[in-house]
Design a protein around this ligand. Structure first.
Ligand code: MN
Ligand code: MN
Length: 300
């Protein structure tokens, strides 16, 4: 999305809260912590800071690259995993999206550095007029210099008002895309580095969903659930959020029907094909004529 000058304050605020929440969350990632409690604490922090989650906070472990969102009874305990914490804040529709890797194993510092340095290198070259493929090339080369592979079928993206994923696609390798970044475009850059093959597949059992259509549904019970889903204003939501209000069987049935009808869309966990370990780093930036402004930055 090309940002209008008038909306800039909200985007900066959303970015800053996203970064503060990420910082807060990464400090909670420790051996013995319950994954779901960290996610809940980060979501609550975002609200406390005057925003709402752009999407449910997620912690994906080891060979799970992204989109692991705990279900209500999740008992996952953080121990010696490579944890990717992905969080974002939304302020009046302005969106932030950022992520970092916390290596609890102590064995993957280089892998974490690879995605972080690739992100830093990409931020250095991003400016209006650069081709998307060029950004991908910088990411790919940086990750390769550490001896790892970028994940080619995961990419950064544009952000729009109440839209977490929009054009353009910001590749993690040189995909030959000549499309140029434009001034005042808001994009998330998110390199993933892996010890594996460099591709992911979608697993089953999504815990994150998003309203995809304004259509109504016929069944009155399903409608009640859809009513709540509509209150999320097309931001991704966690299945467990609905369980505070509706019985579990009702939620499961409603989500299944709504997904079949194309009214909602699920985001299942994304798994590295060779079960390689994955690291991720992500920031949201505003493209400028001669560089970019990192929006997801802790500033005072
Ligand atoms: Mn993200
Ligand atoms: Mn993203």
């Amino acid at each position: 999305m090309i940002l209008e000058e008038s909306g800039l304050a909200d985007w900066r605020k959303a970015g800053k809260i996203s970064a503060v929440a990420l910082d807060y969350g990464r400090k909670l990632i420790k051996k013995g912590a319950l994954l779901i409690e960290v996610c809940n604490a980060v979501d609550a922090k975002i609200v406390e800071l005057g925003a709402r989650p752009s999407f449910p906070s997620q912690i994906s472990l080891d060979h799970v690259a992204a989109h692991y969102c705990p279900e209500a009874g999740d008992r996952t305990i953080l121990d010696v995993q490579v944890c990717k914490l992905d969080v974002g804040a939304c302020v009046n529709g302005a969106m932030g999206d950022n992520a970092a890797t916390v290596d609890l194993s102590g064995n993957y510092a280089e892998l974490a550095a690879a995605s972080e340095k690739a992100l830093a290198a990409a931020i250095k070259v991003v400016k209006a007029g650069i081709a998307l493929g060029e950004v991908g090339k910088v990411i790919q080369e940086t990750i390769a210099s550490y001896g790892f592979s970028p994940i080619r079928n995961l990419s950064g993206h544009g952000l729009g008002k109440f839209e977490i994923h929009t054009k353009p696609t910001v590749p993690n390798f040189d995909n030959g895309d000549k499309t140029q970044l434009q001034e005042n475009e808001v994009i998330a850059i998110e390199p993933f580095a892996t010890t594996g093959k460099g591709t992911i597949y979608e697993s089953a059992n999504a815990e994150v969903f998003m309203q995809a259509s304004d259509r109504q549904t016929r069944d009155s019970e399903v409608r009640k659930v859809l009513e709540r889903i509509r209150s999320y204003e097309k931001l991704p939501f966690a299945k467990r959020w609905l369980l505070k209000e509706f019985p579990a069987f009702k939620v499961s049935v409603a989500l299944k029907i709504l997904e079949q009808q194309g009214i909602i869309h699920g985001f299942p966990p994304l798994i590295e094909e060779a079960k390689g370990i994955v690291s991720q780093a992500e920031k949201t930036v505003l493209v400028k004529a001669d560089g970019c402004e990192v929006l997801t930055e802790v500033t005072d």
